[in-house]
Structures are given as structure tokens and as C-alpha cells.
Design a protein around this ligand. Sequence first.
Ligand SMILES: NC(=O)c1ccc[n+]([C@@H]2O[C@H](COP(=O)([O-])OP(=O)(O)OC[C@H]3O[C@@H](n4cnc5c(N)ncnc54)[C@H](O)[C@@H]3O)[C@@H](O)[C@H]2O)c1
Length: 388
Amino acid sequence: MAVRVPIGVVMNGVTGRMGYRQHLVRSLLAIREAGGVPVADAQVLWPEPVLVGRSEAKLAQIADRHGLTEISTDLATALARPDVQIYFDAQVTSEREKAIGQAVAAGKHVYTEKPVATTVQGAVELARAADAAGVRHGVVQDKLFLPGLRKLRRLIDGGFFGRILSVRGEFGYWVFEGDWQPAQRPSWNYRAEHGGGIVVDMFPHWHYVLEQMFAPVRAVTAHVTTAIPRRWDEQGRAYEATAEDSAYGLFELHGGIVAQINSSWAVRVHRDELVEFQVDGTHGSAVAGLRGCRIQHRAATPKPVWNPDLPVTEAFRDQWQEVPDNDEFGNGFRAQWEMFLRHVACGEPYTWDLWAGARGVQLAELGLRSAREGRRIEIPDLVAGGAA
Ligand SMILES: NC(=O)c1ccc[n+]([C@@H]2O[C@H](COP(=O)([O-])OP(=O)(O)OC[C@H]3O[C@@H](n4cnc5c(N)ncnc54)[C@H](O)[C@@H]3O)[C@@H](O)[C@H]2O)c1
């Protein structure tokens, strides 16, 4: 039997949607159920969660449900434990920067949900502090590990597109206002003062998708609106939505690719998936969602002629071909956790670090500035060790 190498992980925000479902249950506990993360010499990395949060009762309930024993409502005490090597953060966005700073000061490696901070200055300071402390760091970039985007990556690597021209992304769904049906997202998402807003939430995702799949983002032009200005919270109380719930972004990439991504919690879905990206290239096009990916090669491209006097002559959607899986795609959050654990324990390379996270926050911050000032904004390089 493989020898277990324990890695203590402080998990902060584990009572939340992401912390509980994706990171605790579907990642660390799933890794344990599968026998750990195999590494060389018949060893497996064995995550040992230490659950941290504000409510002891809620933490105890989760621990009991999953046969865990280590809980704490005091972050400093949990970080002082010598058996803890990693600090993980899935708290509300506004609480993150302070907590990560504490973890870095305690000499712990850091893995965190996005966005890493609410300002680019805060994000850069965290990245610098983590580098200076010599700890390893990583940021969740889950969309890259989704089957649909992995198929898209495969198409890019295989040269399917020829020269890529443009990317059009459509993300969103209707988030209920909370009066006649409860909202399916937490109310802090709609309050700017609590780190809410769809730009801070989604632009960091669009940043790493664009940068890692296509090319770095050179300039942003954005327009934002608050489509639903009054919502009802978890207790049924009416509140004013102080953050935008819809963002229309135009991203110019190095090399000339143009990306446009709409993000909205006030649209109804007439798509196959909650997010879809259409990529058009000289040799072919693809539409990738979370799971599926369809393609149309140049040789199979129809030749429509614009004539509004005639009914549609072809079933355009039927002319696309599904990309086969050709692989097993596990949960993306878990796949990234496994890589981070190997990075910490074995020094394996890991590119999705706090600097990558800071670039995501930068795109959100400059996107919001673009919207406020009504102009296009170029993105300066953020260089490790300082902002260029
Ligand atoms: N990677 C993704 O796809 C993805 C998706 C959704 C959310 N997120 C990110 O995950 C983080 C958590 O989002 P969520 O949807 O799980 O939120 P949530 O409201 O469900 O959970 C928030 C967690 O933070 C804790 N918390 C700590 N201080 C708090 C405070 N002062 N007020 C309220 N809660 C506090 C809560 O107890 C809870 O455990 C956010 O930063 C969000 O941006 C990422």
C-alpha cells in the first residue's frame, strides 16, 4: 500500500457555495476517497483539511458529516499549526486579501479562489509578499480545466483554426430578484461594498481564458449596467443593488485577435450552455461550452446569401460537428488541486499563480474604469517584482 504523505490545508470559507461543494467535497475529499494524489516512490499526497470559518456550529456540522475532526473559528490559531502547509481561501471576495496576507506572513503556501483581491494594488502586494516569503502560490482558474475548453485547447494546439480572428463569448442566466422566487446567488454579489459586481466576478475568468488559450489582453473597452437595481436578500429584505449585474467587454489581444464577451445575470438562456465561446479562424470555427465543443471546417462552410425576402434555406446549427471527448475529463477544480498539491510537495511547475491572479484583477479594475470614463484602456504589463 502507498505511504500517505499528509499535507495540512486550512480551508477558509468552507461553509460557502464554492468552498464546500467544489473545493472540500468535490476536490479534497474526492482525492482522499480515490486514495490520495499518487507521487513517486509509492507515496500519495494526503490532504488533511482544517476547516476555518466564523460559525463553530456550521463547521462542526460539516466536519461531522464528512468524518473530519479539525475545525477552528480563529484563523491565526489555525495558521500557527505546524502540520498546516497550505492556506486555501474561498471566503467572500472582500475578506480575502487580509486573510491571504496573514497566511503568507505565517509562512504558508497559498491557494485561493479568484479574484485574489478587490484592487490590483492589493493583488500585486500579495504576489510580491508571497514571492518574498518564498511560499508557493496558486489561483483557481477552473474554466481552463473544463471539458469544452480543453477540447478548444486541443483544436488550437492541432492548428485547426489557421489564423484565429475573433472570439465571442456569451455568459449568463437569469438570477432571480429574490422576492417571488429566492435568488440563486448570494446577495453580496450585488453589493459593490461587499466585493460584488459581475466585472470583478467574471473578468478575472475571461482574463485567464483569453491569455492562456489565445494571447495576452492588450486593451479593454467595457460598458456596464445594473439591470435589476432592487433585489431581496437571503432574509427576504429588499436592498439596493449597488454593483453592476451586466458587463459588455471588448478585449483586444496581442497579435490582433478581437474578443467580445457579454456577461450578465439578467439574461435568459437561449444557448446550449451557460457560457459559450465562438472562435472564428481562417481555416475553421468552433463553439465551445463548459462540456461540449462543435466545429465547422472551411471545407464544410455553407455559402449563405443575404436575402431577407426568402425564408432561411439551411439549418445552420445542424452543419456543425461535435468534437469527441477522446479522454476522461474529471472535475476541473479537483484536477487543479492535484496539480497544486504536487507543486507544493514535489516542486512540479505551476503557472496559475498570484501574479496571474493579479492580472485578472487588473483587467477587472481597468474594465470598470473604462466603463466609468467611457473610453478604451490599454493594459500595462504587471511584471513579477513590480508593476511595469
Ligand atoms: N471559480 C469559480 O467559478 C467561482 C464561482 C463562484 C464564486 N467564486 C468565488 O468564490 C468566492 C466565494 O463565493 P461563493 O459564491 O461561494 O460565496 P458564498 O456567499 O456562498 O460563501 C462565502 C463564504 O465566505 C464566508 N465569509 C467570511 N466572511 C464573510 C463576511 N464578512 N460576509 C459573508 N460571508 C463571509 C461565508 O461564511 C462563506 O463561507 C468568491 O470570492 C467568488 O468570487 C468562484
